[in-house]
Write a protein that binds this ligand. Structure first.
Ligand code: C2E
Ligand code: CA
Ligand code: CA
Ligand code: CA
Length: 279
């Protein structure tokens, strides 16, 4: 076993070494990103399908790296999860999003719900409910204007602790939704037990619509099930008018996607909210 390192050393290509180097650099950078104000949020509108009104926004984090430019969350959230940095980063996201939702409410006199993504690691943090409570308290945001997006994977493990955490969050009065629904290990049992406001149909099911009859069947089934359980449905990744029309026919409640608005700045959202209400 002692020789292993020596022998394996040959296997590292210089490209891989470079990759590892930059990975380390990325981690060092991520540790400083918060204090250096390099993280920022964009907000993507969620539209009520029938009224065409903006009813909510999803907060999506980005990293403005001093050397690498803008880094998408898929390229640093996994690292943040591995290192535990997701806990302070997640708290910053939560606080920033709540502060912003409160500001929109005051500026535009329109209540807009803000949805924040929560990773499994944050969900397992025993201080989560306390953190949410103190952020709501500090920002004076109505808890009914905050929604946390969890994935099926997050809800699946360790059912007892999961239930306790969900109960604590429910008691605060915020909403929960299930993100990327249909892509994880679903147990219909948890939908019955947990108080979930909405299912977000993953964009991989929406992207093939209207042609893909299998994805159409899955989409309809998810909507029927959600409504049967008194949950709302948000379709993600809506990119075309045809998709939106079909979703409306299926009775989908809300839609989110490039057709309806890209992730954008808080000022752009404020303009959207200040504009005239659609007829
Ligand atoms: P997600 O939660 O499923 O977010 C939706 C992603 O789909 C976003 O990518 C959004 O920009 C993109 N999207 C929206 N509409 C469309 C569309 O019409 N077509 C297509 N092709 N894509 C669309 P983004 O912003 O790159 O985020 C990627 C993922 O990173 C998110 O997926 C979420 O899992 C994670 N993430 C983002 N922000 C946070 C955060 O603050 N905390 C945590 N824990 N995760 C985050
Ligand atoms: Ca999400
Ligand atoms: Ca999603
Ligand atoms: Ca996701």
């Amino acid at each position: 076993a002692k020789n292993c390192g020596k022998n394996n050393a040959k296997l590292y290509s210089s490209a891989l070494t470079t990759q590892i180097m930059s990975y380390v650099k990325l981690e060092v950078g991520l540790r400083r990103a918060l204090q250096n104000n390099e993280l920022y949020l964009q907000y993507q509108p969620q539209i009520d399908v029938r009224s065409a009104q903006v009813v909510g926004v999803e907060a999506l984090v980005r990293w403005r790296h001093p050397e690498y430019g803008i880094i998408a969350p898929n390229d640093f959230i996994p690292l943040a999860e591995e290192t535990g940095l997701i806990v302070p980063i997640g708290e910053w996201v939560l606080r920033t999003a709540c502060l912003q939702a409160r500001a929109w409410h005051q500026q535009c006199r329109r209540a807009v719900r803000v949805a924040v993504n929560l990773s499994a690691r944050q969900f397992k943090d025993e201080n989560l409910a306390q953190t949410v409570l103190s952020v709501l308290n500090d920002t004076q945001l109505d808890p009914r204007l905050l929604e946390l997006e969890l994935t099926e994977g997050t809800l699946m493990d360790d059912a007892l602790a999961t239930l306790a955490t969900l109960e604590a969050l429910r008691a605060i009065g915020i909403y929960l939704s299930i993100d990327d629904f249909g892509t994880g290990y679903s147990s219909m049992n948890y939908l019955k037990r947990f108080d979930v406001r909405a299912l977000k149909i993953d964009k991989s099911f929406i992207s093939g619509l209207p042609q893909d009859s299998e994805n159409a069947a899955i989409t309809r089934a998810i909507i029927a099930m959600a409504h049967g359980l008194k949950m709302a449905v948000v379709a993600e990744g809506v990119e075309t008018e045809q998709q939106l029309t079909l979703l409306e026919q299926y009775g989908c409640d809300m839609a989110q996607g490039y057709l309806l608005g890209r992730p954008q700045s808080q000022d752009a959202i404020a303009q959207m909210l200040a504009g005239p209400l659609p007829a």
